[in-house]
Design a protein around this ligand. Structure first.
Ligand SMILES: [Zn+2]
Length: 303
């Protein structure tokens, strides 16, 4: 059996998959205790114990999807927006608490791995998975293996500058700073949060992405303008990196991936920006939705 834990900012979820057909055998979600590292360790340990008891097994290893990554220099967590993890030796501490071999992997990489193994990317060699949610992260999978990178930066797309910024976007970038400290990051424009921020600039109202999507469907002008700007920015950001890695499939996840109209508009928009103006890569919706973190983490335990 494969044990995977998705350590999110608001919830911690364990998923247990069968070895042969990856069927879900056990699943449980509990709230993440924020700002408490000791509680993070005990929560994960308790979930593992509970799953083992329920399934009457004892496993040797667990995979954990984490926000951020493990520093190649200090071997502690860095770049996590669950900031209480940063600077902690999570791998060592979890191995001590659970008594298991632990595999840690960035949550966007776990999402991409899950989709590459048995999701929307299962028939492709090079899978680029993009999460467009509260934040925006991506993972690159080749032959069902994650490109982690020497510095743990494989697939870190969101903290590059938005390509080919116009004057309006340059003004936004000047005023608004990304949590990473830089200005004009892709994430600040193409995440769900970025979508909501643009709607606020257009209409003066802060609404949820789901609410704005409803307005878009009902023909609201501000929502339509926001969507057009969003698609154009996402297309530029995809084109720039497709020029570089040219994946076989692009899989979208996170809240924004539920906008069906995105799949009609994006391909021809990407074509406008990509080198040579030809783009035949399928852009598809994730199959496993928000289960991907735990599934991808479980796949880390595959022999
Ligand atoms: Zn940034």
């Amino acid at each position: 059996m494969l044990f995977g834990i998705d350590l999110g900012g608001t919830k911690t979820e364990i998923t247990v998959l069968s070895d042969n057909n990856y069927a879900v055998l056990f699943k449980k979600r509990v709230p993440t205790v924020k700002n408490n590292y000791a509680a993070t360790l005990t929560t994960i340990s308790a979930l593992v114990d509970e799953a083992q008891k329920a399934l009457n097994v004892s496993v040797d290893s667990i995979g954990v999807a984490i926000p951020g990554t493990v520093s190649a220099i200090t071997h502690t967590i860095k770049n996590a927006n669950s900031y209480w993890l940063n600077g902690q030796d999570l791998l060592h501490d979890l191995e001590k608490t659970t008594g298991k071999k632990v595999f840690l992997e960035n949550d966007a990489n776990c999402f991409a791995l899950s989709e590459a193994v048995d999701g929307a990317g299962k028939d492709y060699k090079v899978v680029w998975g993009l999460i467009l949610g509260t934040g925006s992260g991506t993972g690159i999978i080749i032959d069902r293996k994650t490109i982690e990178g020497r510095n743990g930066l494989g697939g870190e797309w969101g903290h590059n500058p938005l390509p080919w910024m116009n004057e309006y976007e340059q003004e936004i970038a000047k005023i608004e700073q990304c949590y990473c400290g830089k200005h004009g990051c892709i994430e600040t424009f193409v995440s769900g949060t970025g979508f909501e921020a643009e709607y606020e600039r257009q209409s003066g109202q802060r609404l949820s992405g789901v609410h704005i999507a409803k307005l878009l469907n009902s023909g609201n002008k501000d929502a339509a303008k926001t969507f057009n700007l969003y698609v154009d920015r996402l297309a530029r950001s995809i084109a720039c990196f497709a020029n570089f890695i040219d994946p076989d499939v692009i899989v979208l996840g996170g809240g924004m991936s539920n906008l069906d109209v995105l799949y009609q508009e994006l391909p021809h928009k990407v074509k406008e920006y990509i080198f040579g103006k030809e783009f035949v890569t399928p852009i598809v919706k994730a199959v496993h939705g928000d289960s991907s973190g735990g599934r991808g983490a479980a796949f880390l335990c595959r022999a």
